[in-house]
Design a binder for this molecule. Sequence first.
Ligand code: F6P
Length: 331
Amino acid sequence: MHVDFEKLRMSGAGKAIAVLTSGGDAQGMNAAVRAVTRMGIYVGAKVYLIYEGYQGLVDGGDHIKLANWQSVTNIIQLGGTIIGSARCKAFTTREGRLSAAFHLVQRGITNLCVCGGDGSLTGANIFRSEWSDLLSELVRQGRITDSLAQQYTHLNIVGLVGSIDNDFCGTDMTIGADSALHRIMEVIDAITTTAQSHQRTFVLEVMGRHCGYLAVVSALASGADWLFIPEAPPEDGWEDHMCARLGESRSKGSRLNIVIIAEGAIDKHGQPISSNYVKDLVVQRLGYDTRVTVLGHVQRGGTPSAFDRVLVSIMLLCIRVARLIVKRLRP
Ligand code: F6P
């Protein structure tokens, strides 16, 4: 794709864009904040950082800060998000969104970049669709003038899918999924050494309430013996099949078993399959020394992979924001 950088420069002059991170943090969110800020400044727009996710938008004040080039220096290598994230209840209410609209329009911000997962981006879309209603209500309440509402009639939203779960349709990789996988692989590789020393079975629980991507890829990449994911509940009688498989592997000379289970794994009847249930099963049926390791938030921690660091820059250049800034930004 050809990008005319000269045409791009200053094409956003007089406009304002804000960026926030929302929901569960993901490695690469800082790279997203950096990329949006610097691209925004490059095109001559005012860029605002919103702290603590949607809560910062609802609260306004010091939670919305004008950024400069240096504000995002040396953050590309950091995990988490330096502007904070939250799962915000207030923004799910109309009252909360009214307050958020007020804080944006006050600053002339009509372009909002949200880096978050499913819930966060659904919230952004509701906000966008309600925008003109919200402004009318603010006028009725006397909080903004009619001319201000006329000036800022449209809210542009850009969603950057930030979630380790890789659970969003229409995008191959969400921001953070690659780093989380690296983290998981480090743990599985570490566990493998101790497991084989003691001839143990390990049941490893990875994140993913509704999506088994992390479980599937880590199972493939580690050569695991068995896998549970929410999208593919096992047929009744899976206990027999799994135990047979684990036993077969041992009888062929393997000194360990690895079972990967996504946290949202269920059976055919919608009942959760817990790691402890699997562990007890292996102990009772096969008598193998078995341990459970729940990886938990370790998967969301640590530094982002190279892929996650550059993903957003590529997204911004190649997909939407550049076009949006050039062609669709409205005052
Ligand atoms: O959506 C990302 C995710 O990490 C899920 O995989 C996990 O189920 C959930 O967030 C955990 O949320 P919290 O950090 O609120 O415990």
